[in-house]
Design a protein around this ligand. Structure first.
Ligand code: BQF
Length: 304
């Protein structure tokens, strides 16, 4: 049976480390780091996610508030709200919970957040910096996956990694980081051989690439996509999918992209859903917020 990579437990550890580091920082005379989560509309999943983030923030000593807006808000109003937070020196981190309603340009909204407060790492400048291996704010899900591979001692150098799903916020940054070069200036250096599969990858090709992978990372939202026959014995399987289904007993529950019961008999290591990448994503967002707070403070200190 595969080793279960317990993201929930690791996220708790990271939150404990962060709480200590933030307490030390505050004891040096700084105010608490702060984050504002802009939430538009009443999508239940989005409300759950924002709630998870607020609870995690307060747990580690980050000041956190939701900025709630009706789904009828215009793009201009939303952007001016972001600008208000950009200019608020008591705010270190700003995120806009995605997805936002149709009719509002998500790219414009992501680019409206000042890059220094962009704790989601979705601003075009931060994406560009990530692609160039420059210091930046890394999207929390990608950071979660990388941190799990590191802390669970999963070797990546020279290994075959398949990323299933090419979304700009999840699949792309993960694939980008997995092939980062140790010999480059950057501190990262995962040095994997990376294949990106997506909806136009023929099924038999998806199977072929997955069967040759030492690490499979799936982020599609297609339950049961990754089956046991696609997994090389001993491979590491990271499941980022999160889909609410109604099971045979009429009960609703969360499932990932991976056929967990069967794949866990073949894989060497596997992340569960829930309790895998999800809690780690929230923990890494807190790390990003603390990073933004320190960066903003050092910058103002240098100006004085
Ligand atoms: C868990 C997200 C899709 C689209 C937008 C803990 C979260 C999820 C699961 C969470 C996610 C998914 C978030 C668990 C934030 C991860 O126990 O397994 C936490 O809060 N997430 C998001 O903000 O936006 C999304 C998935």
């Amino acid at each position: 049976m595969a080793r279960i990579l317990n993201g929930k437990a690791l996220a708790n550890e990271i939150q404990n480390e962060l709480r200590q580091n933030i307490a030390n920082w505050i004891s040096l005379g700084h105010r608490a780091p702060s984050i504002r989560c802009i939430l538009v509309g009443n999508d239940p999943a989005s409300h759950t996610y924002v709630n998870n983030k607020i609870l995690a923030a307060r747990n580690v000593g980050i000041d956190a508030e939701v900025v709630l807006h009706d789904s009828t808000i215009s793009e201009e109003q939303l952007i001016s709200e972001i600008q208000r937070l950009n200019n608020d020196s008591n705010v270190d981190g700003i995120l806009v919970q995605l997805p936002i309603p149709d009719g509002i340009d998500e790219r414009k909204v992501c680019n409206a957040v000042t890059p220094e407060k962009d704790v989601d790492g979705f601003h075009v400048i931060n994406v560009g910096r990530l692609c160039l291996d420059m210091p930046t704010i890394v999207p929390a899900t990608a950071l979660a996956v990388i941190e799990m591979l590191k802390r669970f001692n999963i070797e990546t150098l020279g290994r075959n990694a398949v990323v299933v799903g090419r979304s700009k916020n999840v699949g792309m940054p993960i694939a980008m980081m997995l092939h980062s070069d140790k010999n480059h200036d950057s501190r990262l250096g995962m040095d994997a051989t990376v294949t990106i599969c997506h909806r136009y990858t023929p099924k038999e090709k998806l199977e072929f690439y997955c069967q040759n992978a030492d690490i499979i990372i799936s982020a599609t939202g297609v339950p049961g996509l990754i089956k046991a026959n696609m997994v090389k014995p001993g491979a590491t399987v990271i499941d980022i999918g999160i889909t609410k289904i109604t099971d045979a007993n009429g009960k609703s529950r969360l499932v990932g992209d991976v056929d967990y019961d069967e794949v866990s008999k073949i894989a060497g290591a596997i992340t569960p859903v829930p309790g895998g990448v999800g809690p780690m994503t929230v923990a890494m967002l807190m790390q990003n917020t603390f990073q933004a707070a320190r960066y903003l403070r050092d910058k103002t200190a240098n100006l004085q």
